[in-house]
Design a protein around this ligand. Structure first.
Ligand code: ZN
Length: 137
């Protein structure tokens, strides 16, 4: 199933922004569970790389989240991480290490005023396509 857009609630976005803000100056990461591009739950995970330029979802947490998503009958809708110093697009490493072609990759980066913004992409076999991000209650 190809994603057309990523749909989040304002509270999902607030959880993501609080997590990436708390993680500065390192990248922060997490996972999104839901159905057909619509997020039902935000899973905040540890960046096991503890790096300002790399992220690696802590493996034990990744497994726990994937089991929870499976048990709820959801899909892994998205994977988010921050680029605290920008840019708001996937890095070459992000593209090379994108193992979930069905999921949206969300990059959170500061805008020109230092406020977090989120952009979403699908990454499949090295090809990056931007998705629209829709905020709906
Ligand atoms: Zn990245």
């Amino acid at each position: 199933m190809k994603l057309g857009a990523l749909i989040l609630s304002p509270s999902h976005l607030a959880q993501i922004y609080a997590h990436v803000e708390a993680g500065k100056p390192h990248e922060a990461c997490g996972l999104l569970g839901g159905r057909e591009g619509r997020v039902e739950k935000v899973y905040l995970t540890e960046n096991a790389a503890h790096s300002p330029v790399r992220y690696f979802v802590a493996p034990g947490q990744l497994i726990d989240v994937l089991i929870d998503i499976e048990e709820r009958g959801w899909d892994l809708v998205g994977i988010f991480h921050s680029h605290p110093a920008g840019p708001p697009v996937p890095s070459a490493t992000d593209v090379a290490e994108a193992f979930y072609p069905e999921a949206a990759y969300i990059i959170c980066a500061p805008d020109g005023h230092g406020r977090w913004q989120a952009r979403a992409f699908t990454i499949s076999q090295g090809s990056v396509t931007e998705l629209s991000v829709q905020i709906e209650s």
